[in-house]
Design a protein around this ligand. Structure first.
Ligand code: AMP
Length: 412
């Protein structure tokens, strides 16, 4: 089915053409007709599958058809992070260009009064993170009693971030008679329970199950000592030469350290994490999106929802402890059918996490042995402390660990 066969509003169709989309992605092909028909949806899909347009295009079409009286919002989109909320709002504005539909985004960390003023002027679509929406509700700055469409995006991440109580509170003030679209990348039991409590006879749509990494992503793994990861990263950026790269670290401090190290080496880089002010986060993200910054180093939560088209290169600087996080991370590349590379820098103590990932994705990740920092090239006799068996000098911890755990075996 093509976009033009989908009964979308003509302005919406024009915006889709302007965006350069030639055909619907699988989630769009399945969800758009269902949403237009008014059914609830339980969608299992990751960010990167074209999910935003899958709900935004039919919602905008319905808004265009019903020509709402400008006043309180009729569509509410809940998203876990500020970045994702901003991106969804931007998408509504892009796809709704030419329609008399206003969209506003509300999230914490910035002035609530400005958001209140926008809402007072009249909005059709509110995109919100749960915490700030509750603040607005508590202060009677927003009314949700005309909402007839609710989207819960990245429901699993919302649960991970502890938003369940807020979601329940928001649900209480929404009209019962509404259409609900529920999206989650993974479907653990608590997500099924939440979905069951919110949805009425939903149509189930599933694309790209989270346990299967996308085929267009080349996955590679480099075994390296922890203290040589930064050098290896710089080396890979040089030899693979990606135009831009998203690098994931486990900690905020780690993100700062890696970004600073790259800057020292003359590579434009910035860090994105929750300790930065909203203005600094937006600056980092914009610099990256506009191509001024080549490398963005981010923690998982901060990176959630980063939507950069054609992201060619993702680096797992630290192996994620949670295997599903790996699938989320590499989902940032190879989007909408484009090719991407996901590399993982893996120290000896992270091997067990790698095995959990490989079990989840049901494949083994190719190991690249030929690189200047390969563990196998660390030679024991060069370290006098180790030779004498009296401990090891600071900075050589990885060599020590490697010997203790797996030896200096040459890797095939
Ligand atoms: P999302 O999953 O909504 O974050 O979308 C991922 C990316 O795919 C975004 O950069 C969209 O602009 C892009 N996209 C969405 N739908 C299409 C489509 N039908 N064709 C090509 N790109 C698309």
């Amino acid at each position: 089915m093509t976009f033009s066969q989908m009964n979308l509003d003509t302005q919406v169709l024009r915006a889709v053409q302007t965006a350069g989309y030639t055909e619907p992605t699988p989630i769009q092909a399945q969800a758009i007709p269902v949403v237009l028909a008014g059914s609830d949806v339980f969608g299992c899909a990751q960010t990167g599958t074209g999910k935003t347009a899958a709900f935004a295009l039919p919602i905008l079409t319905k808004l265009a058809q019903t020509k709402p009286r400008r006043g309180s919002a009729t569509a509410l989109i809940l998203a876990p992070t500020r970045e994702l909320a901003s991106q969804i709002a931007d998408s509504f504005r892009v796809y709704g260009k030419g329609l008399r539909v206003t969209t506003t985004v509300v999230y914490g960390g910035v002035s609530i009064n400005r958001q209140h003023q926008e809402i007072r002027r009249g909005v059709d679509v509110i995109v919100a993170t749960p915490g700030r929406l509750i603040d607005l509700l508590d202060q009677r700055m927003v009314s949700l009693d005309r909402v007839n469409t609710l989207v819960l995006d990245e429901a699993d991440r919302m649960m991970d971030m502890g938003f369940l109580p807020q979601i329940k509170r928001i649900l209480k003030v929404l009209p019962e008679n509404r259409q609900t679209l529920f999206f989650s990348a993974t479907v653990p039991q608590e997500i099924q329970k939440l979905a069951a409590s919110m949805l009425t006879e939903p149509v189930h749509i599933s694309v790209d199950p989270p346990s299967s990494a996308k085929v267009s992503i080349k996955q590679q793994r480099y075994r390296v000592a922890r203290d040589q990861k930064r050098e290896l990263l710089a080396h890979l950026l040089e030899i693979d030469g990606p135009e831009s790269a998203l690098v994931f670290t486990r900690t905020k401090h780690g993100a700062d350290k890696v970004a600073k190290d790259l800057q020292r080496r003359g590579i434009t880089a910035d860090a994105l994490h929750g300790n930065k002010s909203q203005a600094a986060r937006e600056k980092a993200l914009n610099g990256f999106k506009k191509g001024r910054t080549r490398v963005l180093v981010a923690t998982d939560i901060a990176a959630r929802g980063i939507d950069v088209r054609q992201l060619p290169y993702v680096v797992n600087f630290d192996v994620p402890e949670n295997a599903e996080t790996y699938v989320h991370r590499i989902g940032r590349t190879g989007r909408a059918g484009l090719e991407g590379t996901a590399v993982m820098l893996c120290s000896t103590d992270e091997e067990s996490d790698v095995r959990a990932i490989e079990r989840l994705i049901a494949e083994s990740i190719e190991v690249v042995n030929e690189h200047p920092f390969a563990l196998a090239q660390v030679e024991l006799p060069k370290n006098p402390a180790l030779q004498q068996g009296v401990g090891f000098k600071k900075g050589n911890a990885s060599g020590h660990r490697s010997r203790g755990r797996g030896g200096f075996r040459r890797r095939a």
